[in-house]
Design a protein. Structure first.
Ligand code: SF4
Ligand code: SF4
Ligand code: SF4
Lengths: 782, 181
């Protein structure tokens, strides 16, 4: 499309009123002033603009629905029973309903990140002004916002530009969510396409949130040597006053850290974090400590370690305040999205708030001014720390023994435990003074507390597990690398070729939350396996913490053992949840910097490039949230496969390829326009796997791409076959689908594989210049 | 015998599994089916009955009944090293996705299964798969051989202890061993 079309488009948009008009004007400014790349066909796509592309993917990877609920109760016509094809009073069937729930989840996730970005951008504009320049890596990162540039066609330069772009994502998300109203969208694939769109908006929102905080707050800027941060409860000096921040938004923590520094208290206090706030705190302040992922919230609070608990937004247990009150840890709610029913004290004098909290006149307050949060948190922590004497709500062992005798052996605890843990036998043994079975539960327990809610005699089972695991808990001392942010353009230049040719076998991104089926060690094991195999291993969020929470035989954590660069065998933590677009951004930059494809407003072509050439796979082993759903959706629409652990089945919809249907695996050869069958590479777009062994094998397989050179394919197949034989004990059954020419066959396995090929009447095929988009076939032009 | 879902919140609406009151029902169902398929998940390695992993009981049952076995996750090797060759292996999602396709011709290409049994997947995962089949393969009969009640199946054992589970699996096996197939 020519720039003429763009002008028309902008002109049309100008006819709208209000905010939209401002947005379009600003877009015009950026377009004319700052970026000379020609505009692609889909700048600022609307909810249906990329529908064709989404449908291409959705027809290749069809949804497989596993409804988590047979009913719909979203309007007063209902409840409607949608079992087995019945339609509801509005005409909706269960496939539509399941995809509608996917859309709603993605909208919740995407609006959460966008609202987070909105809050941070507005706040930072207030502090630094609209004209404050963006800088995520100086000269090393010229493509500062690859996702935003790709989707919107806009190159943001200043904080003010981010404000404008957010107006676009906000309007799109309103459209996306509105499609979920009764009697709006009626087709499951269209719901799915809109979920993809929400995912695209999510990626922009996250990118903006990270871009502005990296630019203004002195976070590491695309730094492969971002500092190693102390992590684990054992690293916290509990003799000092301890302030614990939980959530995702760094702004209140900045207030706390600034106040501490200004008053030279940084030696005298501890600021610790749980969930993504923890990671972002360390990007701002190296001495901040990471306690652990979301599932550690109850552990840390009940352990009594926190003198003051500061809650911001997202993934904060909604009973954190109740738990904190039990251990007399005053609570400060610091986000207007999470007010917890507390009185708004934002405009009250600090002295008065401090007095009220420190004397326990009130258990908690709402303060929406980050600077005030900082002063209040620090002063209250100093006041209460000596009197609290680390009050713990954990029972003593002899108390556990006595309490356990009350057990009625009803098994409701296990039946309520999402991990299906054998709790009753552990409680039974504890009643006899044997705590070993309770201790065995520590690693797999995700700290949800559901067992306690179910127990008819109100045994605090989770506290029992914590007490018995206390020694282990206190000994947790590890390292996490602070979030480095973006991948440098120079790094992309060095790895772009080997990645696209398949010589670096892939990028494995371990992202997302901590709803693991059996503890965080799986994340470590998987990350280490692929780092040793010289894949590029990227981490973020809670997975970044879990990856750093275990040590090798030399006592080194993953981040000490492997370099932090975007390179073969590197393990790099990009940062918190909102840093995930750096991973998508790296793939996009491979297309734009290495392959010199135009980026601007050119979504389909770049996604097609990534899908067919860049062997990237996301693993969200413990994904639990709606944000994880929208993050995944952003990757799906780019054609990047995502795996989730077994709990991920509860997202109720997979996007699966059918390796047994050859017609699903045809691409066009961009050189000739001919159709070429490239086999199931990659086989799936979204899949849940059952065991870590299965995850490893699937990851290796999902890194295969049609564009792999024979040398690249040979390397990738070596890893796939090797892992398969190790974990499954047998040869993979589908090698014949991935060997295109004899040169693809790993030399050391030649005889074995040749036998398999013979068995399947294998025929040689060509390695095309693959594309799924007919207009990208060059022949017509030549 | 309790017929509540094993995981308390895993409730179904209007179509709930018939309880299998005695193991002979399983035997009759398998015999009646022309193309039964047994999907076996990773918990058969980690769960023990009478001091042996559940997989040992499943292999006995499969040998006696001659049902086709599909192994999910990474456990195919566990079968092979015990001298049993399953008819196939793939991820749990892949097999679910094939079953809801009425044109899928089964692991051997000879026809779509008419009875699909499950055992040993994580409860919640098995539950969701069964839900997928209940909704999208409504004419298919599904059954679980676990000791946990799965409301989304067509037939399920009620919740029971390990001893009852072991005994049920052994009775099913013995009925096939005695009576031929
Ligand atoms: S939205 Fe439709 S299916 Fe849901 S309750 Fe209302 S009428 Fe029933
Ligand atoms: S707190 Fe732990 S043991 Fe209790 S239900 Fe949750 S995961 Fe299970
Ligand atoms: S729910 Fe409570 S009473 Fe029942 S078995 Fe578990 S610990 Fe015992």
């Amino acid at each position: 499309m020519t720039s003429k079309n763009v002008r028309v488009k902008i002109g049309e948009m100008k006819t709208n009123a209000g905010l939209i008009k401002n947005l379009e004007l600003s877009v015009g400014k950026v377009i004319t002033d700052n970026w000379d790349e020609p505009m692609g066909p889909t700048p600022m796509p609307h909810i249906s603009t990329l529908r064709d592309w989404d449908f291409r993917l959705l027809n290749k990877y069809k949804p497989f629905y596993m409804p988590d609920c047979d009913l719909c109760c979203l309007c007063t016509y209902g409840k409607c029973d949608l079992t087995a094809g019945k339609r509801g009073a509005c005409g909706l069937n269960i496939a539509d309903q399941s995809s509608r729930i996917v859309l709603i989840a993605c909208c919740i996730g995407a609006t959460t990140h966008n609202a987070h970005a909105r809050h941070v951008v507005d706040h930072l504009i207030e502090v630094y002004g609209r004209k404050f320049p963006l800088n995520v890596g100086g000269l090393n990162v010229k493509v500062e916002a690859p996702v935003t540039r790709l989707i919107t066609g806009v190159k943001p330069d200043t904080l003010g530009d981010l404000d404008d772009i957010l107006s676009y994502t906000e309007s799109q998300l309103t459209h996306c969510l509105s499609a979920a109203h009764t009697g709006q969208e009626a087709n499951n694939l269209d719901f799915e396409s809109k979920a993809f769109h929400a995912g695209r908006m999510d990626q922009i929102g996250m990118e903006i949130a990270d871009l502005c905080q990296i630019s203004t707050l002195g976070f590491p800027k695309a730094d492969p040597e971002a500092p190693l941060i102390q992590m684990g409860i054992g690293t916290v000096d509990t003799k000092k006053p301890v302030i614990m921040c939980i959530g995702h938004n760094v702004v209140p923590s900045v207030g706390i850290i600034d106040y501490m520094k200004e008053h030279k208290l940084d030696d005298k206090m501890e600021v610790v974090g749980l969930c993504c706030t923890a990671i972002d705190n360390t990007r701002y302040y190296e001495r901040a400590k990471i306690v652990g992922p979301i599932s550690w919230e109850l552990r840390f609070i009940r352990g009594g370690f926190a003198d003051v608990t500061v809650l911001d937004e997202q993934c904060v247990r909604t009973d954190c305040n109740i738990e904190a009150e039990r251990v007399k840890s005053p609570v400060i709610a610091a986000s207007e999205k999470n007010c917890l029913g507390y009185k708004d004290r934002t405009n009250d004098p600090v002295d008065q708030i401090v007095e009220d909290l420190a004397t326990y006149k009130v258990p908690g307050v709402l303060i929406l001014d980050p600077e005030k949060v900082g002063e209040v948190a620090v002063r209250v922590a100093q006041r209460v720390a000596p009197v609290r004497k680390k009050m713990s709500s954990l029972p003593e062992l002899d108390q556990i023994k006595e309490l356990a005798k009350k057990c009625r052996h009803c098994n409701l605890c296990q039946r309520s435990c999402p991990q299906d843990l054998s709790i009753e036998p552990a409680v039974r043994a504890a009643a006899e003074g044997d705590y070993s079975k309770l201790a065995d539960l520590y690693e797999a327990c995700i700290g949800c507390g559901r067992c306690e809610e179910a127990c008819p005699v109100k045994l605090e089972i989770h506290s029992f597990i914590l007490k018995v695991g206390e020694k282990k808990m206190i000994e947790e001392k590890n390292f996490c690398r602070s979030g480095r942010g973006a991948v440098q353009d120079t790094e992309i230049r060095s790895v772009g070729g080997p990645l696209v040719l398949g010589e670096i076998p892939g990028i494995v991104a371990l992202v997302g939350c901590a709803n693991y089926p059996n503890g965080g060690k799986d994340v470590y094991d998987i990350a280490r396996e692929f780092a040793l195999r010289r894949y590029i291993v990227v981490t973020s969020g809670c997975s970044a913490m879990s990856a750093g929470s275990y040590k090798n035989e030399d006592g080194k954590t993953l981040y000490e053992e492997f370099p932090g660069g975007f390179e073969a065998g590197g393990v790099l933590n990009v940062g918190s949840c909102v840093s995930n677009p750096h991973i998508a951004g790296a793939a996009i930059k491979v297309a734009s910097i290495f392959a010199k494809r135009n980026l601007r407003g050119n979504y389909e072509e770049i996604a097609d490039y990534i899908h067919n050439r860049v062997g990237a796979v996301g693993l969200a082993w413990g994904a639990y949230s709606q944000k994880a759903a929208s993050i995944a959706a952003g990757f799906w629409s780019l054609g990047v496969p995502v795996l989730v652990g077994p709990h991920g089945t509860k997202y109720r919809r997979m996007l699966l390829g059918r390796s047994d249907k050859p017609e699903n695996w045809e691409v066009l050869d961009a050189r000739t326009g001919e159709t070429v069958n490239v086999g199931p590479a990659p086989e799936h777009l979204f899949q849940s796997v059952e065991t870590p062994q299965e995850a490893m094998v699937q990851i290796a397989k999902l890194c295969l791409r049609p564009n792999d050179t024979w040398k690249g394919r040979m390397g990738k197949l070596t890893h796939y076959i090797d892992l398969h034989k190790r974990h499954y004990g047998v040869m993979p059954p589908d090698i014949h689908q991935f060997v295109r020419t004899p040169a693809d066959i790993p030399i050391t396995m030649k005889d074995e594989i040749t036998a398999v090929l013979k068995e399947h009447n294998w025929k040689e095929s060509i390695i095309p210049d693959p594309t799924m988009i007919p207009r990208l076939v060059r022949k017509a032009k030549e | 015998m309790s017929c509540e879902p094993w995981q308390c919140a895993e409730i179904a609406a209007t179509k709930k599994a018939n309880p299998i009151q005695k193991p002979e029902i399983v035997v009759a169902m398998i015999k009646k089916a022309s193309r039964p398929l047994l999907i076996v998940g990773s918990n058969v390695i980690t769960r023990q009955l009478e001091g042996k992993p559940v997989i040992d009981f499943i292999i006995d049952l499969a040998n006696a009944s001659k049902v086709q076995v599909l192994a999910t996750a990474h456990i195919v090797g566990e079968f092979v090293k015990r001298g049993y060759q399953p008819a196939g292996f793939m991820t749990a999602m892949d097999i679910g996705n094939r079953i809801v396709d009425p044109t899928w011709m089964g692991l051997d290409g000879k026809g779509h299964p008419d009875l699909v049994m499950f055992v040993g997947l994580p409860y919640y995962m098995e539950s969701l798969l069964l839900s997928g089949l209940k909704h999208f393969a409504p004419d298919l009969k599904t059954m679980t051989l676990d000791n946990t009640y799965h409301p989304h199946a067509s037939w399920s054992f009620p919740n029971a202890g390990s001893d009852v589970w072991a005994s049920n699996l052994k009775v099913i096996t013995s009925k096939f061993s005695e009576g031929g197939n």
